[in-house]
Design a protein around this ligand. Structure first.
Ligand code: ZN
Length: 244
């Protein structure tokens, strides 16, 4: 072996080693090589700053009664606030015990879950649970603002007043009138959550009924008249006398 021959053998050995390494399916790890250096302060920036919290936002509820949310929307917050205010009003107002709603559900549409759920059109009660169609509530809100949502919730919970007192067997105009009775208290400054004068309340109600009745002017007029009786007279007894 001469000097050149020895070099040649070394080169061959090196090539063989490369072939072995690349021939057994090793995956490539990219990036900078690890070092033994201690991490610097800038490597330790926390992903969550100390003033942030990992607690989830509290679930939507009406005075502790949970809302089943099958469709998220800001309008659900308005419905909840309205339900809190209307139920508080009736719990204080009625001489008899007020049957509070047993549950709440925000739905994308009517569903085949139960026979009652299948009949959902805007909002209704199903076995003590108040359910509503979120897109329809959004439509009401778009037309007449939060006040219109309040009128609708006032009507629905009016049905709960009917079942608590027996003053009406689910009459629709009666429930409109009871919504007016509740809104009279808002007009008179007795609500801690909502306020509005007569004009604004009538505007909200008119737009709520227009949206719900798809603009049928005759029915809108009848519903407005029943609501206005409640707003003017502020009396459950008058509502049952005028709109049984
Ligand atoms: Zn009704």
């Amino acid at each position: 072996m001469n000097r050149n021959g020895k070099t040649w053998v070394s080169a061959l050995a090196a090539v063989s080693a490369l072939l072995v390494l690349s021939g057994c399916g090793t995956s490539t790890v990219e990036g900078t090589p690890a070092t033994d250096a201690a991490p610097t302060t800038s490597d330790l920036v926390p992903l969550i700053s100390p003033d942030q919290t990992l607690e989830p936002a509290p679930a939507l509820n009406v005075n502790g009664v949970p809302v089943v949310v099958e469709m998220e929307s800001p309008v659900n917050q308005v419905v909840v606030k309205a339900a809190e205010d209307v139920t508080e009003f009736w719990a204080n107002k009625l001489p008899t015990e007020f049957n509070l709603p047993k549950g709440y559900a925000a739905l994308p549409a009517s569903s085949s879950k139960t026979e009652c759920y299948a009949k959902l059109d805007f909002a209704r009660f199903c076995q003590g649970e108040m359910i509503w169609e979120v897109p329809q509530m959004e439509a009401v809100q778009a037309k007449g603002g939060d006040g219109s949502v309040l009128v609708v919730v006032g009507h629905e919970i009016g049905h709960r007043v009917q079942s608590s007192t027996g003053i009406s067997k689910g009459g629709e105009r009666n429930a409109d009138c009871l919504s007016g009775v509740y809104l009279a208290s808002v007009r008179d400054g007795k609500s801690s959550r909502f306020k509005g004068n007569d004009e604004r309340i009538r505007f909200a109600a008119n737009n709520a009924f227009k949206t719900i009745q798809y603009g049928d002017e005759t029915i809108v007029r009848e519903r407005m008249a029943a609501f206005a009786d409640g707003l003017r007279l502020g009396s459950v007894e008058q509502c049952s006398a005028l709109h049984p």
